[in-house]
Design a protein around this ligand. Structure first.
Ligand SMILES: NC(=O)c1ccc[n+]([C@@H]2O[C@H](COP(=O)([O-])OP(=O)(O)OC[C@H]3O[C@@H](n4cnc5c(N)ncnc54)[C@H](O)[C@@H]3O)[C@@H](O)[C@H]2O)c1
Length: 342
């Protein structure tokens, strides 16, 4: 079996999810890591038994890679993906795809022009609860969605922001609670509805943080061309990371997700519950937050399976662009107080 030689750029918080998943993947071989902070690059190389680089271009040029994972601050995703593509590497980038829609489109074009694959991490689509709801929608069991809503109320304190040299800024993070935390849940809701967005009407604000310039609160409406209206409310000044909630009111019942647990109550009394599968665990080592779960590994395995088969990954650049456009419209609507038609 072909093993793809992989380099990971960005050895920060979420890097174990990538590095360990690659090492556990039959089709992947982690050969290099890169971080512009030399001590992080070195620690990563020692931990994963590979070569350290501090310059991502040098790693891409010299390490004989097939695939590059981009796990860096948001504003760097576009330039790194484009450079890797132009050098003929397949690419998997963390969410959000980029800060702007223009960057996201340039990333897709660069990968198309080079004939390489672009995958984007939205691992929560691989959670068992998400899969249950999606299957019940696709099979027609739930019928049409009549309405949907979601809440994300997490804890990202001023102290959390003060530990980062890029979070909390418009130019480097690209926003706050929407583009960084709620994006996962907004992506799930959009994927469940699975239709083109007609308009976004939202408000954003910073209501409880002293040190950041981006929003810590947002609420709004996303209306789809099929008539479905969904609402969201999110903030990251809560006192803990409360389980995310999504509810879909459908013709034949109500689908509800609270954290990882999805419950579908059909109008005929039947009930289905899917949640974390016991025994489905990956040890990502020190520093990894266990609540990130195993879905990174599932998406990374699926990415390599699709590469080996010469197929596009399920969550590719074009799929992620739809969510990027939704996020951009939330910001535009919030900043201008106008309804944004897509
Ligand atoms: N999918 C998820 O659930 C999830 C969870 C957390 C973070 N993320 C995403 O992962 C990405 C990284 O987040 P994080 O929390 O690990 O951030 P982080 O700040 O902890 O890590 C980023 C790393 O990139 C390095 N870096 C910065 N500039 C660089 C450059 N020019 N060259 C090489 N390395 C450079 C930094 O030194 C740092 O070590 C972001 O896109 C974030 O949104 C995703």
């Amino acid at each position: 079996m072909k093993k793809f030689k992989v380099g990971v750029i960005g050895i920060g918080n979420v890097s174990p999810m990538h590095c360990v998943s690659i090492m556990n993947c039959e089709q992947g071989e982690l050969v290099a890591v890169c971080d512009n902070k030399p001590e992080r690059a070195q620690a990563g190389a020692e931990r994963y038994g590979c070569v350290a680089y501090t310059d991502y271009k040098q790693m891409i040029d010299e390490a004989d890679l097939d695939v590059v994972h981009v796990v860096t601050p948001h504003y760097l995703h576009a330039e790194m993906v484009i450079y890797a593509a132009q050098k003929g590497k397949q690419v998997l980038t963390e969410k959000p795809m980029s800060i702007t829609v223009e960057d996201a489109e340039a990333m897709i074009k660069a990968c198309d022009d080079a004939g390489v694959t672009l995958g984007v991490i939205f691992q929560n689509r691989y959670n068992p609860g998400s899969q249950l709801i999606k299957q019940a929608l696709e099979s027609g069991a739930l019928g049409k969605i009549k309405g949907g809503k979601c809440f994300v109320t997490w804890d990202r304190s001023d102290e959390y922001y003060s530990r980062s040299d890029w979070k909390g800024t418009w130019d480097k993070e690209g926003g706050g609670v929407i583009i960084d935390q709620a994006i996962h849940t907004l992506d799930l809701l959009r994927w469940f509805v699975d239709d083109e967005i007609e308009y976004v009407d939202a408000q954003i604000g910073n209501r409880a943080h002293a040190k950041i310039e981006v929003e810590d609160t947002a609420e709004g409406v996303i209306k789809y061309k099929n008539g479905c209206v969904t609402g969201f409310w999110t903030m990251n000044y809560y006192s803990y990371d409360a389980p995310v909630e999504i509810e879909l009111h459908c013709e034949n019942g109500i689908a509800k997700m609270v954290g990882d647990r999805a419950t579908i109550r059909y109008n005929n009394g039947k009930e289905e519950v899917w949640e974390h599968v016991p025994g489905e665990e990956v040890d990502f080592g020190a520093g990894a937050k266990q609540y990130w779960g195993v879905s990174h590994s599932k998406q990374i395995n699926a990415f390599y399976t699709s590469l080996a088969a010469g197929e596009a990954p399920w969550i590719d650049g074009r799929e992620a662009l739809k969510t990027q456009k939704m996020v951009a419209a939330i910001y535009e609507s919030g900043k201008t107080n106008k309804r944004m038609f897509l």
